[in-house]
Ligand binder design. Structure first.
Ligand code: CO8
Length: 258
């Protein structure tokens, strides 16, 4: 794909937003390429994804301001929907997705990272929702996902002030799980994805669905979501393999995604 690279390393797929001349800003073509890469992921062979940005400076510096600058009301809504649909695809993607945030994650970039299951950052990462300074609201889910991740008070502060925060502050408020040096970031993301990939894929997918779906409903309904998914695991070969290996004191396990 022109603006999005995809490389499979064992059971880990690495998606790289590749428009470094514009700090990987998301225009329509980048979004289309990202969508096509997601649609092309082999969900049998690949068991976890990493999303990162090309170059040393930026994860994604936002939606493309040049492209957005002349939009009408209807076009703005349509552009928001285009991004939202793709980011929701990532959020509900059957495989876990790790954002390796290697620099600027502003506006749509922060929103892209928040649609991933897990965020880890390089020490040069900068997060923010600068939209109010541009005369708009966040448009790719920022008002919703930031509030859910860091709480409404901190989300409102970041969004109303449009103030960027550095990696250490993002770590302190729980927006990222860990901070690495720039050199260590991608290896760390791939290592984490590799650890996930070693576990039973159906169980990992069910855990993603349980957390995501359970957060949308009250606790009484949420534990039923978990019960159903927990029960469904007992129909799988991988449950028999995982528990069989424990009982037989066998270290090697072969999870076949069945
Ligand atoms: N859009 C378009 N081009 C960009 C963007 C962007 N978001 N960010 C950077 N670029 C381009 C610059 O224009 C520049 O291009 P050129 O060399 O042709 O002039 C190139 O990337 C390099 O950027 P800088 O020279 O500015 O690099 P600096 O190191 O000086 O600054 C910054 C880096 C601080 C990241 C700076 O580029 C910046 O502030 N960028 C904009 C960040 C921003 O405001 N992002 C949020 C955009 S709004 C958004 O994402 C809303 C999402 C939802 C949309 C829903 C629509 C309905």
């Amino acid at each position: 794909m022109g603006f999005v690279n995809y490389e499979v390393k064992g059971a880990v797929g690495v998606i790289t937003i590749n428009r470094p001349e514009a700090l990987n800003a998301l225009n329509s073509a980048v979004l289309d390429d990202l969508n096509a890469v997601l649609d092309g992921v082999d969900q049998e062979a690949v068991r976890a994804l990493v999303i990162t940005g090309a170059g040393q400076k930026s994860f994604v510096a936002g939606a493309d301001i040049g492209e957005m600058s002349t939009l009408s009301k209807a076009e703005g809504e349509a552009f928001g929907k285009k991004g939202n649909d793709i980011f929701r695809k990532i959020e509900t993607f059957p495989l876990p997705v790790i954002a390796a945030v290697n620099g600027f994650a502003l506006g749509g970039g922060c929103e892209l990272s928040m649609s991933c299951d897990i965020r880890i950052a390089a020490d040069n990462a900068v997060f923010g929702q600068p939209e109010t300074g541009l005369g708009i609201t966040p448009g790719f889910g920022g008002t919703q996902r930031l509030a859910r991740l860091v709480g409404p008070g901190m989300a409102k502060q970041m969004i109303y002030t449009a103030r960027n925060i550095k990696a250490d502050e993002a770590f302190r408020i729980g927006l990222v799980n860990a901070v690495y040096t720039q050199e260590e970031l991608l290896p760390a993301a791939e290592k984490m994805a590799g650890q996930i990939a070693m576990n039973a894929p159906i169980a990992v997918r069910a855990c993603k669905k349980a957390v995501n779906d359970g957060l949308q409903v009250d606790m009484d309904k949420a534990i039923v979501v978990e019960e159903k998914l927990f029960g469904s695991c007992f129909e799988t070969h991988d449950q028999k393999e995982g528990m069989g290996a424990f009982l037989e004191k066998r270290k090697e396990k072969t999870f076949t995604n069945r």
